[in-house]
Design a binder for this molecule. Structure first.
Ligand code: NAD
Length: 250
């Protein structure tokens, strides 16, 4: 797969750490121009500094647009167009997790999870699609979750948001196929990132023990699947939700 993204322009939301950061790294290693997005200047600067240490900064830009604001996203995309000309691949990876019983939620908390996991994804996609339509070609990969396929025992906002991500993936795949734009999702299992490390360790251990491959996933496991779905090797895959979970969902 080496160099197959040469000259492609890739946006990765939630690209400052975890799965997103590893995806940024892999795209850079494979020749792409990459735009990494984060929620704060500090985290974007930290990610860029890390890439600089690895000698990978000549083809990467970092921004922290407010994904709840069309104006903020548009300003970021204007900068991307000035620097790289277009967007070929969009990886919608930004997301927040939570787990609590329904009577511990209030409307604001539920809406906050949906706002980043669904509305932000929709908004960023909506604003990138015209560039892809113009070229008659593009790829969108959304980061869903294994809980979009079976839900989880506690917490309702997160699985609801990820079921919505799958719905949006399939709806857009149907709508945009005629424009040469493929839309797919990856459904990661339990991946050893900050998001997972923040959960109750007993809960993590119990879940890992139930993975048929007997280990937590690594960010690279998901990045590899995202690059595959973004590549020409996946040119007839559209509307798929690819489980990358060590066989957990089965
Ligand atoms: P992480 O917490 O390490 O990273 C999340 C990323 O999302 C960060 O870069 C952060 O800046 C960004 N983000 C969060 N809130 C944001 C906001 N309001 N605006 C803009 N960006 C924001 O998480 P991760 O584990 O790498 O998860 C990445 C994606 O994978 C998420 O969509 C998550 O739901 C999904 N996922 C993760 C796992 C797992 O086990 N880690 C499992 C299934 C799905």
């Amino acid at each position: 797969m080496e160099q197959c993204f040469m000259d492609k322009v890739v946006i990765v939301s939630g690209g400052t750490r975890g799965i997103g950061f590893e995806t940024v790294r892999e795209f850079l290693d494979n020749g792409a121009n990459v735009v990494l997005l984060g929620s704060r200047q500090e985290s974007v600067d930290k990610a860029l500094a890390q890439l600089s240490e690895e000698g990978k900064t000549d083809r990467v830009l970092g921004f922290y647009p407010d994904l709840s604001s069309e104006a903020s996203i548009t300003a970021m995309l204007d900068e991307v167009k000035r620097k790289f000309g277009t967007v070929d691949i969009l990886v919608n990876n930004a997301g927040v997790s939570d787990a609590k019983p329904i009577d511990a939620y209030d409307d604001e908390h539920f809406a906050a999870v949906m706002n980043i996991n669904v509305d932000g994804l929709f908004r960023l996609t909506r604003l990138c699609v015209p560039m892809m339509k113009h070229k008659g070609k593009g790829v969108i990969v959304n980061t869903s979750s294994m809980v979009s396929l079976y839900a989880q025992a506690s917490g309702s906002a997160y699985p609801t948001s990820k079921f919505a991500v799958n719905g949006l993936t399939k709806a857009l795949a149907r709508e945009l196929g005629k424009d040469g734009i493929r839309v797919n999702a990856v459904a990661p299992g339990i991946i050893g990132t900050d998001m997972v490390k923040a959960l109750d360790p007993k809960m993590i251990q119990a879940m890992a023990a139930r993975v048929p491959l007997q280990r937590l996933g690594e960010p690279e496991d998901i990045a590899h699947a995202i690059l595959f779905l973004s590549s020409d090797a996946a040119s007839y895959i559209n509307g798929a939700v690819l489980s990358v979970d060590g066989g957990y969902v089965g």
